[in-house]
Design a protein around this ligand. Structure first.
Ligand code: EPZ
Length: 419
């Protein structure tokens, strides 16, 4: 396994380009199954979860090739309709092939994604929606089997706001007979981006980006050529890196409108944020102010930025309260941060951070994607050397983050790890 070694204390300066959005790329690549023929996707990030999705599509019979951020996917010969456990267990988002396979081919077998470090993460809402669309769902030996002659439009009200649940059902409904209405749908920019892609393929999706989405079913969709939006969570992570090191960084090619909640909290913490022509400039201030956050579905503060923001709050003078309302166990980074000297008290879904603390370098273990990003950020400001182990977690969701940080002046490198 590999590790990342960081010597803290460098202020980050310069400019950095944000890669394509992981959480847009995953449903968009899965949507290729809804059409027959070759689609081209650009600005595709080179990271672990995207390679897993490409492997899964190839496993189903698609021809997948491309390089340097371009993915060509030819779905002319889909021969299988099954997402096997070994792929699903490494990436829950494999469940995103469920909707397209049932919608286009009338059948799908997807291993139930087990829980993960941050929570149980069931897919009951995905299955409830497919049942409403007329699919027959059976569960056996940990696998979901879904079958339907042709899906028919329905009204689906989500009991809980679910990003991939909204995406799965939006995709399935594009080829159903009649109209489908999704109520209490997720409003994330990645949902809106997927709807744009589906409409470019010939679908008729309206209202994406709001909690009420309607889809008029059509008979077929066609392949397309599309460039994926920038990753708002990577952008937010790089902005925290600038603020935490008291640096001055232009985060290029990001979409500030997707980051209102994060920018507001960075400003509250004292960072100077300016929107420039081709990005967002973040200047960190010596004095960091405490700020309370509660994670919420978009446009609220994103749960995927909670761990990163917590590191900034360890340097703030005073007390900050961070409430995690989306996942039941998303404070796995706290024990590791505490080993670096952070003062964080966790009580259920609330973490109370007291500062400022002088973080000290240590050998720490990554447990999940955003927790590993948080530990890298902590290493940037900790006194001495920090080694972050098991960086395969980081590589699932960030495209060579250490190279981007090194280009901004961080003393950071990847090395072979024992663990
Ligand atoms: C998506 O996960 C993202 N992943 C996650 O990003 C992100 O943290 C999450 O949305 C919330 O914003 C992708 O888009 C690939 P949910 P998803 O369904 O869709 C419960 C990252 O770091 N729920 O919106 O799996 C669920 O348990 C990853 O990039 C049900 O109860 O999340 C959770 O408590 C991590 N039943 C809440 O809803 C269901 O059927 C939100 O989950 C579905 C979800």
């Amino acid at each position: 396994m590999q590790k990342i070694i960081i010597k803290g204390g460098q202020k980050l300066r310069g400019e950095v380009r944000v890669s394509g959005a992981k959480n847009a790329a995953l449903p968009i690549l899965a949507s290729s199954l809804l059409a027959t023929g070759k689609s081209t996707y650009r600005n595709v990030p080179a990271l672990g979860d995207v390679s897993t999705m490409k492997k899964l599509l190839a496993d189903l019979g698609a021809k997948v090739d491309g390089r340097a951020g371009v993915a060509n996917i030819d779905t002319s010969q889909i021969t299988k309709f099954e997402a096997p456990y070994d792929l699903v267990k490494t990436m829950r988002a494999s469940a995103l092939v469920l909707g397209p396979l049932v919608g286009r081919y009338g059948e799908a077998r997807v291993s139930l994604p087990g829980g993960c470090a941050i929570g149980a993460r069931p897919i009951d809402q995905h299955l409830k929606g497919l049942t409403a669309l007329g699919a027959r769902i059976e569960l056996e030996h940990g696998t979901v089997m879904a079958r339907a002659r042709r899906l028919r439009g329905a009204t689906i009200v989500f009991d809980v706001v679910t990003v991939t649940g909204t995406e799965n059902l939006m995709m399935a409904a594009t080829l159903a007979r009649g109209r489908t209405t999704l109520e209490n749908a997720a409003c994330e920019p990645e949902v809106e981006e997927l709807a744009g892609v589906l409409n470019k393929m010939g679908a008729r999706v309206h209202g994406a980006g709001t909690s009420l989405i309607t889809i008029e079913g059509v008979d077929e969709l066609h392949p397309l050529d599309h460039a994926i939006i920038p990753d708002r969570i990577e952008a937010g992570t790089l902005m925290v890196a600038a603020a935490i090191t008291r640096g001055n960084v232009l985060v290029r090619d990001c979409l500030p409108d997707h980051l209102d909640a994060v920018l507001a909290k960075l400003r509250a913490a004292g960072a100077e944020i300016t929107i420039e022509k081709d990005g967002v400039r973040v200047r960190g201030r010596d004095e960091i102010r405490p700020a309370d956050i509660a994670t919420r579905p978009y446009p609220g503060f994103p749960t995927d930025m909670q761990a990163q923001f917590m590191v900034l709050m360890t340097l703030a003078r005073g007390q900050s309260v961070l409430t995690e309302t989306i996942f039941e166990n998303r404070f796995m980074h706290v024990p590791e941060l505490s080993r670096m000297g952070a003062d964080v008290l966790v009580d259920g879904r609330t973490a109370v951070v007291r500062g400022p603390t002088k973080l000290k370098g240590a050998t720490v273990m990554a447990t999940d994607l955003r927790a590993s990003a948080c530990l890298v950020l902590a290493g940037l400001v900790a006194e001495g050397t920090t080694e972050v182990l098991r960086v395969y977690h980081l590589d699932r969701g960030y495209e060579r983050l250490e190279k981007k940080l090194r280009a901004l002046g961080a003393d950071i490198r990847r090395a072979k790890g024992s663990l």
